[in-house]
Design a protein around this ligand. Sequence first.
Ligand code: 6PG
Length: 231
Amino acid sequence: MNYRVFASKADTIAALAQTIVERAEEAERFVISLSGGSTPKALYERLGQNEMTRLAARRIVWVVGDERCVPPDHEMSNSRMINETLFASGIPDGHTFLRFRTELEDPAVIASAFEGECHALSLDRLDFALLGVGDDGHTASLFPGTDVLAEGKRISREVWVERLASWRVTLTIPAIRSAKIRVVLAVGENKRDILTKLRDGVHFPVASVMGDENDAWWFVDAAAYPGEAGG
Ligand code: 6PG
């Protein structure tokens, strides 16, 4: 596993923000998928407050990586969280925000509509996939034991998550693996256990999208870092 280890959460966020800006400035059109949950909020706030002036000059397609099947204004909505952090000052001209249209209500329809928008935007691959990791090793809404893990063609799919007793919609493994660079952001003591299991070779869904290639990186703080194998 390719780690970038930082002393604190703030240092990790700052380094990742800088990496995203640098990658965006190298691309003619920069297509980046965004993770949900709580970890990336501080990153999106930093990008929205400190970096958006530089980013506004680029052509960027911001893609929600997965979504809870709740109304767009629901407190659990990832796209609402992104709007309130990354886009707190609005979406720059020339930028596109591609979200799952949960107002369509039917999970299968939401996933298909999203896939149609990806094709309409000619999003044949991501430049950057920003990911998180859950304590069960899920990433995006690719949860252990779900049928979406077997999806080998579609860009996005609906998935019933028994553990949560709820529907989700998500980018698929092939869609995330198509990204030129994949980065998991994991900070805090509560991530060390799952990172230790991953380091020791336990295969979780997040491992299916990361692998050990040079274009897969784990941005972690010292609290989350499990140390090298056998360390
Ligand atoms: C979501 C995310 C999910 C998240 C992990 C980690 O919709 O919840 O996309 O994959 O990255 O659950 O969440 P935390 O950052 O809150 O620990």
